[in-house]
Ligand binder design. Structure first.
Ligand code: HEM
Length: 531
């Protein structure tokens, strides 16, 4: 995703350019200038007779569009611009037209009434490279392959029965985390790091099983996956000029595609090794003895038996990457944000810990079966999602035909940002919108649902419509279990001199600018509960 947008990207581009001849750049420059002039100054050929105009928006500069005027935190910038240009506005970033939707009413049009037309994505180059050229669910266009693969993900991989079967993986990884934090008592703990590791380990176990015969091989596998996932996130978070000047894409000036393909080669290697291990030594799987199937087995069966729905090897790998990328960063960011808000609000902390004492008990550990009873903690998470949605614009969509939204034309192929960050803070729908008040999710009236289903256009942090997140249930289980355990097992305090900072940083998942580093102390008297 675009981040760190400042004038320095030119410098970066120039320092990274390999052997692109100056004359070539000049030709490109002129081509782009002409195309920019045609698109922004001359009336659009999309307009057709009688078609409504494009939405309002800033003009920007020739070639670079509005780039030079944007700071790194796009969600803040776009929300400010919405107060000037209204609920739907356009801007050119480079040569590409972007349209930002900032109101609940218009979001409902895009993800409800016209969901089918808006169900394509607009993948950036890093996303394409990380998804085997959009062979996955997240970046694929809305075609039969994607629908088939999404069905596999929802009905096979993330079905209630499978989530139930993987419960013990989540349990043992959360217990490991509690044990590790116990060993760090009275020393600083980075909450995002701890949560990220826990989620990554859970997902590794869900995908590959815990059952490699050789335990050290399993640890190596987790380390390898961690390296690839963090590498992929890092590359995807950088700004890639070619995303905004498609004509430059083939030159890969900053080497983004090359670097991402390098990461994917690592991922391929991990895949090949583990699949070989699977097929050569089926009996080496400890989990088989428990009658459990991991995701790799489920997917390999679907691949081998060409049942309906069936998938090929590339889709299989792309699906696993989706799970790692979709699951890790956002879930860890949410645990960090929720913990930050709880620590800033002592009354909230007291209520959360009182609820945990009542539901779980001080001589017990948190189990997944407790989670549905933790209604106040659930409200805390909803309020955290409202204020800090990890994907403030969801994943960008692109219409497959010219559409009309809010009385304006939205041309086919435009990049659409649904500004859920602004919508969930809109004073038209929320009292004291910038205040952290979990109780608003406990004491509501009316017919609207306030859950993660995406049916309420005032609150949809997991997206809405055909492209909403299929990992809600797993994500919710992981983040609730991790945070409930951290808060039940430990008391937490800031290091001396630290403050309750809420600044954020736009990226793959919107994180705290300054990581939350806090100090745990033992809360439960029985030391066995930490083993
Ligand atoms: C707290 C955790 C999570 C958050 C906040 C989150 C959020 C989101 C959001 C906002 C979208 C875009 C929806 C849209 O464009 O309308 C999305 C899509 C997606 N998420 Fe998640 N997600 C989380 C966890 C997960 C997990 C655990 C998985 C998989 C195991 C996952 C897999 C996906 C996939 C595959 C898509 C693409 C769906 C499509 O395009 O059809 N996510 N997620």
């Amino acid at each position: 995703m675009a981040s760190n947008i400042t004038l320095t990207w030119w410098e970066e581009a120039i320092s990274n350019k390999q052997e692109v001849a100056a004359s070539l750049l000049a030709v490109i420059f002129i081509t782009l200038a002409i195309s920019w002039y045609k698109k922004t100054i001359l009336p659009s050929s999309n307009d057709g007779a009688g078609a409504p105009p494009l939405p309002p928006g800033p003009k920007g500069l020739p070639l670079v569009g509005y780039f030079p005027f944007l700071g790194p935190n796009l969600h803040h910038e776009f929300t400010k611009m919405a107060s000037r240009y209204g609920p739907i506005f356009k801007l050119y970033l480079g040569s590409k037209l972007h349209i930002v939707v900032n109101s609940a009413d218009l979001a409902k049009v895009v993800t409800g009434e016209q969901d089918e037309s808006f169900a394509n994505r607009d993948p950036h180059i890093a996303g394409l490279a990380a998804s085997y050229n959009a062979s996955d669910v997240a970046w694929a266009p809305n075609n039969a392959n994607r629908r088939n693969l999404r069905k596999v993900l929802v009905h096979e991989v993330l079905s209630s029965a499978n989530l139930e079967a993987s419960r013990s993986y989540r349990w043992s990884e959360v217990r490991n985390t509690v044990k590790n934090v116990y060993e760090m008592i009275d020393t600083p703990v980075d909450i995002n790091e701890v949560s990220f590791s826990t989620v990554l380990n859970i997902l590794t176990n869900i995908v590959w099983g815990k059952g490699m015969a050789d335990g050290s091989k399993h640890n190596n596998l987790t380390d390898e996956i961690r390296k690839v996932v963090t590498g992929v996130v890092e590359i995807a978070e950088g700004l890639n000029i070619s995303d905004f000047f498609p004509v430059l894409a083939r030159f890969d000036l900053q080497g983004v595609r090359r670097k991402m393909e390098g990461q994917m080669k690592q991922f391929d290697k991990i895949f090949e090794t583990t699949i070989k291990e699977r097929t050569s030594s089926k009996s080496g799987l400890n989990d088989k003895q428990e009658g459990k199937k991991d995701l790799l087995e489920i997917l390999l069966e679907l691949k081998d038996h060409s049942t309906s729905p069936s998938i090929n090897m590339t889709q299989l790998k792309a699906l696993v990457v989706d799970m790692f990328l979709g699951g890790t960063d956002a879930t860890a960011a949410m645990v960090e944000w929720a913990m930050t808000e709880i620590l800033r609000n002592r009354k909230v902390m007291t209520k959360v810990q009182d609820e945990l004492a009542e539901v779980v008990g001080l001589n017990n550990i948190v189990e997944e079966s407790h989670l549905p009873k933790l209604k106040y903690l659930e409200a805390v998470f909803k309020e955290t999602f409202r204020l800090h949605p990890p994907l403030p614009f969801l994943l960008p969509r692109a219409p497959n035909q010219n559409c009309i939204v809010g009385g304006y034309t939205v041309p086919k192929g435009t990049t659409i940002f649904l500004n859920v960050w602004a919508i969930q803070r809109d004073p038209k729908h929320w009292d004291s919108p910038s205040k952290f008040i979990p109780e608003r999710f406990l004491n509501y009236e009316g017919l609207d649902k306030w859950d993660y289903s995406g049916t309420n256009s005032k609150f949809f942090p997991f997206g809405s419509g055909r492209r909403r997140c299929p990992g809600v249930s797993l994500g919710e289980k992981m983040m609730m279990h991790i945070l409930a355990s951290l808060l039940h097992s430990f008391d937490w305090r800031l290091s001396k001199g630290d403050d309750h900072d809420l600044s954020d940083k736009f990226g793959i998942a919107m994180k705290k600018k300054k990581p939350l580093v806090v100090i745990p102390s033992q809360r439960l008297t029985n030391a066995n509960l930490y083993m």
